[in-house]
Design a protein around this ligand. Sequence first.
Ligand code: MSP
Length: 510
Amino acid sequence: MKNFYLTTAIDYANGSPHLGHAYEKVLADVIARYKRLCGESVYFLTGLDEHGQKVQQSAKKAGVEPIAFCDEQAEKFISMCKLLDISNDDYIRTSQERHKKVVRQILQMLYDKGDIYKAEYKGFYSTRQEQFLQEKDRVDGKWPEIFGDVVEITESNYFFKIQQYQEWLVDYIKKNEDFIFPRFRAKQVMEFLKEPLNDLCISRPKERLEWGIELPFDSGYVTYVWFDALVNYISAIGYGTDEFSKNWPADFHVIGKDILVPPHSVYWPIMLHAAGIELPKSLLVHGWWMSSGEKMSKSLGNIVNPLDLVEKFGVDAFRYFLMREMNVGQDSDFSFDLFLTRYTSDLGNDLGNLLSRLLNMGKRYCASVVPSAKVEEEFEKQLIDLARETSQEVLRLYDGMQFHIGLEKTFAFIRAINRYAEQRAPWKLAKSEAEADKLALETTLANMAEALRVASVLIAPIMPNVSAKILTLLGLENIEKFEGNTEWSNVLEGKTLGAQEILFPRPTTE
Ligand code: MSP
């Protein structure tokens, strides 16, 4: 059976990890964890994009070899993944031999097939930025200052004949509605494809760029960085070996909107098609976090890097915020105030309080052993119905990548559990000697526990640590067995509740 294969974009090694990188990894991780909960076997890949001009320059500036520079950067990006509890199965670096081998293989195949040719390229070149410019780079007819001296040069390069595949691609995107998600992003691609494609320049002469993968058919050149980077999705899973079909085709390439057109929606499908490889099933295109960093540093002064929030508030709170606030596909504004509100109200007041109330009352009224539910009156019926409706709806929403609404519904359910506790008021029932009140008290605690268990399962893909912690405090052992179970049940009956625990401590004011 093929794995559910999920990838993220591979981050550029020249920058530092930021909120955008973090979000994409968390989004992909949430999907991976959700699919695992649904019983699928998942293969999850992420990695680092290491070649190119910028990395070469940064390494030079730092006075080290590019590979030494990348090793250091890789450490930073990998530790970000660890900090965020990303459950990736592999981490590909484009400087690894396993990757370079496949890039050369694909290039050679396309060259032998006649899809790659050499030609002269004439254009404007910025020596300061070491890049070719286009007419659209001019401002008021002049080259902006940042480009320094701009000269017209002629250079020989290798080109990939992509124009001949344009019609096929347009047709493919039209026929395969699921290829680009959300669908509205496909319009941008179609718009781009209205103009005839230029064949893609896939080489850079070594005099200009050394830090890259040498072309197998001409040692004077290295491979253009996008052609190199995209291949990571197949090189990591053993293209050319028997292993490959265990994962390919990818179910989702999770990417940001800035790298949809043209790399992922034009170059990549054409590269694969030309090489006779099946296309990925879907490109999942997310939006951007806007004003990240700036707003926060203004409001808090000391926090500049959003990842610091993880250290201060815990990884699950950070993951919750990202998934709760971002409608996958749209942009979202990062605001520290909103983060704090979500933390104190949703997590602290709603979820944290519910747990601590339950543990508290459980200890006080039933020696921390979950009783059985003995009565089912209107309040109970409402709660159980809501649990069923919420689970079904949330799973459906997760299937459609609507994590923000899924969480909204789950937290509405959590608030309803708190309301149920207030309606039943165990603290009052405990004062009564009547048998009916004793049964109602036990029922209330049993139902609160079960409802909280269901809610914990629903938040598991987003907040894996908090979810596991709650399930453990509810007395479950081998929690993996229960992690996918959203059915209302009596699995908690007779279990021993854990000791009081504050899941979301109030932040200290600095
Ligand atoms: N190296 C290329 C991708 C090659 S994939 C074969 C690249 N790297 S990147 O570091 O610039 O971006 C990595 C991912 O982070 C991209 O999907 C990009 O869209 C995403 N983000 C970067 N900034 C972002 C935000 N502010 N918000 C959300 N995601 C954004 O592109």
